[in-house]
Ligand binder design. Structure first.
Ligand code: XMP
Length: 513
């Protein structure tokens, strides 16, 4: 069985970050609901448990509490923030409402340098706090090992049982050495090795896919995005000729997108690629449509229609592969005040209709995005695909405000190509979440040479974000903006004005439609 750390989720917005930090130390981690029974946990043979933070108050009615028998599993436990209060609840400490909320930066002073959590770390550390309740009496057999300005019990331990509690958040970037604290827990205290690497994962995944699929055939909808591309490369390695990839050209792709996919997957990987050039059909149906939601619906429905017909042509297959990732399958904890449970991503393409009688193969479903990218590189996919920024399913249609016409598509494609190329050559493309051009269907007056022009406007959008849920606009250097504007206006016929979008999300959205 895979060596692993289990994280019990009490509804913290940082739970997934904890899981990623553990994996960055090359140890597999999975997130389970806070009330997972201890006997279920025991079956997984975790090397250690981490109790996440959470928005609740441990003494509030209906507060989420773990199965108390987790403390008898005999494995090391690290409680973070709310997780410490769970210790207090069961092991005899006291938690009270703090007089003031402790929020933001603090300085941690390590009092007991023998504590394994702080090995190879300085005695003073910058840490990030975010809690209202406070531990005021230690649980039995615990000792304080570090303090902050506001808390004598910022870090506590029961050395004999290997139980540790941190009132601050080691997982967030504002605790700069937090990674090492987590690594100390995982490696020194839980004794985990470094087996979780994408190179090792390839072998395990290939074996699993082969065991699931046997001699049957598999179909995969390849979009050219990171997830479906990596899934395709992995499945191809596992089952070769049994895999057919279907690539649908929906007419609203970026420049060269179809070519890159055909080149990489058809010619380089030599996998069976069924190319459906249905752009005419999509554009016909989009004709005259200006409402953004209708555009999305038309593209979504037409895609399903085309894809379904394509699967029939591809011949009988038992399996449908999808590039589902771990964040899509983690169930969020239904705790009031948990933002992750309330914000629902409105666009995840929802998948294909259930009546398509396939069994699913989802070889990426335990991976985070950064791991998928790493896996893609290990599988030999080019950086151009693996390091791609997200691109919406309805493509350029949601970046052309109003009606989508062949002329507008030409203009936006050309402007977009310039944005992508300049962002790449300046290195900014790889540092941020998304950068793209939007075509505004308003015409304004300009002069070019001696002529008066009356042309479209291109808006440039560049945002940084962790997950697309919130975003901030990127302060691109003036020189780069100048280059983008001047190239777009000079090289793209039909555009005489460029603007830069300085709206964050919220209140804006990343896409304009
Ligand atoms: P918004 O515009 O809602 O976008 O701030 C958040 C993220 O989702 C992407 N996006 C989509 N992805 N189908 C998709 O597959 C869609 O209809 C869609 N709309 C937006 C967007 O590019 C951003 O990364």
């Amino acid at each position: 069985m895979r060596e692993q750390i289990v994280i019990l989720d009490f509804g913290s917005q940082y739970t997934q970050v904890i899981a990623r930090r553990v994996r960055e130390g090359n140890v597999y981690s999975q997130i389970l609901c806070y009330n997972t029974p201890a006997r279920e946990l025991a079956k997984l043979k975790p090397r250690g448990l981490i109790l996440s933070g959470g928005p609740a108050s441990v003494y509030a009615a209906g507060a989420p509490l773990p199965d108390r028998r987790i403390f008898d599993l005999g494995v090391p436990i690290l409680g973070i923030c709310y997780g410490v209060q769970a210790f207090a609840q069961f092991l005899g400490g006291r938690v009270e409402k703090g007089r003031k909320r402790e929020y933001g930066k603090g300085t941690l002073t390590v009092k007991d340098p023998a504590c394994a959590l702080f090995q190879n770390l300085p005695a003073k550390l910058q840490v990030w706090n975010s809690h209202g309740d406070k531990l005021t009496k230690l649980p039995r057999h615990f000792k304080p090992v570090a303090v902050t300005e506001n808390s004598e019990y910022a870090a506590i331990e029961n050395r004999a049982r290997k139980f540790f509690g941190l009132q601050f958040h080691p997982e967030v970037v504002h605790t700069p050495r937090g990674r090492e604290i987590i690594a100390n827990f995982v490696h020194r205290i839980c004794g985990c090795g470094r087996q979780w690497t994408m190179r090792n994962y390839i072998d395990q995944a290939v074996e699993q896919i082969r065991a699931q699929v046997g001699k049957e055939r598999v179909i995969l909808g390849l979009s050219g995005g990171v997830d479906s591309s990596v899934a395709a490369a992995l499945l191809h390695k596992a089952v070769g000729e049994q895999l057919t990839c279907i690539f649908v050209n929906n007419g609203v792709l970026r420049g060269r997108e179809a070519e890159v996919v055909r080149e990489v997957f058809g010619r380089h990987f030599k996998l069976k690629l069924q190319y459906e050039n249905t752009s005419k059909l999509f554009l016909q149906r989009l004709k005259g449509v200006t409402d953004p939601e209708r555009k999305r619906k038309i593209i979504g429905r037409t895609f399903i229609e085309v894809f379904t017909a394509a699967t029939r042509r591809a011949g009988k297959a038992k399996f449908l592969a999808q590039g589902t990732l771990y964040p899509d399958v983690i169930e969020s904890v239904p705790i009031a005040g948990n933002p992750a449970a309330m914000i629902k991503s409105h666009h995840n393409v929802g998948g294909l209709p259930r009546k398509m009688k396939f069994q699913l193969v989802e070889p990426l479903k335990c991976l985070f995005k950064d791991e998928v990218r790493q896996l893609g590189l290990e599988l030999g996919l080019p950086r151009e695909i693996v390091l791609r920024q997200p691109f919406p399913g309805p493509g350029l249609a949601v970046r052309i405000l109003g009606e989508v016409t062949p002329e507008r598509l030409r203009i936006l494609r050309n402007a977009d190509t310039i944005v992508v190329n300049e962002m790449k050559s300046s290195g900014w493309y790889y540092k941020i979440w998304q950068s793209f051009a939007v075509l505004l269907p308003v015409r304004s007056v300009g002069v070019m040479g001696d002529e008066r022009t009356y042309d479209y406007t291109i808006a440039i959008r560049a945002v940084e974000s962790q997950d697309g849920m919130t975003a901030d606009w990127v302060k691109l250097p003036y020189a780069l903006l100048e280059k983008l504007a001047s190239r777009i206006i000079n090289e793209v016929k039909g555009v005489n004005r460029c603007v830069f979008d300085i709206t964050s999300k919220p209140p804006g959205t990343i896409e304009w439609e």
